[in-house]
Ligand binder design. Structure first.
Ligand code: SAH
Length: 219
């Protein structure tokens, strides 16, 4: 690994291991998720000026009024998505800087990621390229449409909160599929896990969360 990926001081592997111990203390139990987060350099996904804060448990700005999700929420959503068995095709809505994408790409066969802000998608693609993660397909689009050409998906993860779960996304779930999505407005958002079985859609409401809004259109 080159020096930039390895990090130093506040971006070193030891700092990352401290982050992972904290995630464990916060209740994350999936060792596959914890191991991948211990291996993945989070600092390369944020501006250099913020790199020394990249392993704190906070959301940080990534430009265009958006934020990189805090490590706990990335871990928690990934754990919830994978809890019911291994996944092959996962649709991610809201690529942002690509950190969550990078974690998913190491745990599932293929990630299809959709972002509505073009320059963010480009940066994310560069970051994943630098990490040599090649099992990812990228789309500049409004994720409210999902990705019909590649549907159905056995996992869907959204990193932005719609007021209601888009019908189109439900239609793109494979039988047995799982979707993890924040729903609600402003401070009143809750994380949902939808499971699609032969009995229909089961909706579990999990914890209070705070995400950027799910917006329509592209820019
Ligand atoms: N997991 C990402 C989170 C980024 S924030 C990370 O850690 O960096 C959420 C992202 O969702 C933003 O980049 C925002 O532009 C994007 N977004 C919001 N609404 C969207 C939509 N309808 N379609 C696609 N992306 C959307």
């Amino acid at each position: 690994m080159n020096q930039r990926l390895m990090g130093i001081g506040m971006t070193s592997r030891r700092t990352r291991e401290r982050m992972v111990r904290r995630l464990h203390d916060q209740g994350i139990r999936d060792t596959k998720v914890l191991n991948v987060m211990a291996e993945t350099p989070r600092h390369i996904f944020v501006d250099e000026a913020l790199a020394s804060r990249s392993y704190e448990d906070t959301a940080l700005p990534i430009g265009h009024n958006q934020t990189i999700s805090q490590p706990y929420i990335v871990a928690r959503m990934t754990e919830l998505l994978l809890q019911k068995g291994p996944l092959h095709k996962v649709l991610e809505i809201g690529t942002g800087c690509g950190y969550q994408t990078a974690i998913l790409a190491q745990l599932v066969d293929r990630v299809y990621t959709v972002e509505r802000i073009g320059p963010l998608l480009k940066k994310a693609r560069d970051h994943l390229w630098e990490l040599k993660l090649k099992n990812v397909s990228y789309l500049h689009s409004d994720g409210g449409w999902g990705w019909p050409d590649n549907a159905p998906f056995d996992g869907i993860l959204a990193a932005a909160a719609p007021q209601e779960i888009p019908e189109t996304l439900l239609q793109q779930m494979a039988p047995g599929g799982v979707m993890v999505i924040p729903v609600g407005q402003g401070q009143r958002q809750e994380l949902h896990r939808i499971t699609y079985s032969d009995k229909g859609f089961e909706d579990e409401v999990l914890e209070r969360v705070s995400f950027v809004p799910f917006l329509s259109g592209t820019s």
